[in-house]
Design a protein around this ligand. Structure first.
Ligand code: ATP
Length: 273
């Protein structure tokens, strides 16, 4: 199966410390950590624990990182699949992958199931006639809805899903008892970029002229993923010059390079549209 799992035995553990900025998203997700750690505390009073939450925001803003951090904080297994993994040409494959994923998750509960790019299966039904028959994708979506309805809210399985297009999702996904919470994961502001730089500067051997505040000012509009990319690129540029330390100049070169890459990507997109 394609489902990937990380747990405490695999040695990969992400916590909220690894996620810079996104204070509000973290507060909302902390609640889910509590649900996973102490479900009785909530169910004893007759409350129903939510089954899932939808992380909504632009690419590279840390949605996957946050989902892993919830699992890491609660110390539970993390199962992840991408929406595009479910979209298959062969009839029944998508639906059976959904069934497998939930079967495994229920066996390992409490746990987190993360579905990235949920829009690949969760697009509103019967709207994209130009793609011809969408029956297969609809079957997969229906299976997902069935699975979500089929497990009890106190089963210990919490599903997090990510999308950058909440507007195109089938409303049925957002109904009570499914993804009834939406958590916004926005592009970082100046201060958040500074914090993200601090996370990704940590492993580098830095010259004294490198400052997170200065770098944050040079990178408006950058996502966390872009910033991680700048830091790595700067280290490679410095190494290519056989430097002993990564300096400010290397970071500025890396920013230029990444801005160039982003511009190219945008040009290609606008040509197509
Ligand atoms: P996509 O929508 O493209 O799947 P995403 O929102 O899931 O993107 P992630 O995969 O979580 O983004 O982020 C990619 C990488 O960017 C992370 O592994 C991390 O290195 C870095 N990153 C993104 N956001 C943050 C953040 N807030 N703090 C620290 N690092 C971040």
């Amino acid at each position: 199966s394609k489902a990937r799992m990380f747990d405490k035995d695999s040695g990969i553990s992400v916590t909220f410390k690894d996620v810079a900025g996104l204070a509000e998203a973290k507060i909302e997700l902390e609640e889910i950590v509590e649900f996973l750690k102490k479900p009785e505390k909530f169910t004893e009073l007759g409350g129903k624990i939510p089954k899932g939450a939808l992380l909504v925001g632009p690419p590279g803003t840390g949605k996957t990182l946050l989902a892993k951090a919830v699992a890491g904080e609660a110390n539970v297994p993390f199962f992840s699949m991408s929406g595009s993994d479910f979209v298959e040409m062969f009839v029944g494959v998508g639906a059976s992958r959904v069934r497998d994923l939930f079967k495994k998750a229920k066996e390992k509960a409490p746990c987190i199931v993360f579905i990235d790019e949920i829009d690949a299966i969760g697009r509103a039904r019967g709207k994209n006639v130009n793609f011809g028959g969408n029956d297969e994708r609809e079957n997969t979506l229906n299976q997902l809805l069935t699975e979500m309805d089929g497990f009890a809210s106190n089963s210990g399985v919490i599903i997090l899903a990510a999308t950058n297009r909440a507007d195109i999702l089938d409303r049925a996904l957002m109904r009570a008892g499914r993804f009834d919470r939406q958590i916004a994961v926005e592009l970082p502001d100046l201060n958040e970029r500074k914090e993200i730089f601090e996370v990704h500067l940590r492993p580098l051997r830095l010259a004294e002229d490198v400052q997170s505040e200065f770098m944050a000012r040079q990178t408006p509009g950058f996502s966390g993923a872009d910033i991680a990319n700048v830091c790595n690129e700067a280290a490679l540029i410095a190494a290519r010059k056989s430097k002993k330390l990564v300096g400010k100049e290397d970071f500025l070169d890396a920013v230029d390079r990444i801005v160039g890459g982003l511009e190219k990507k945008n040009k290609i997109i606008s040509k197509d549209e």
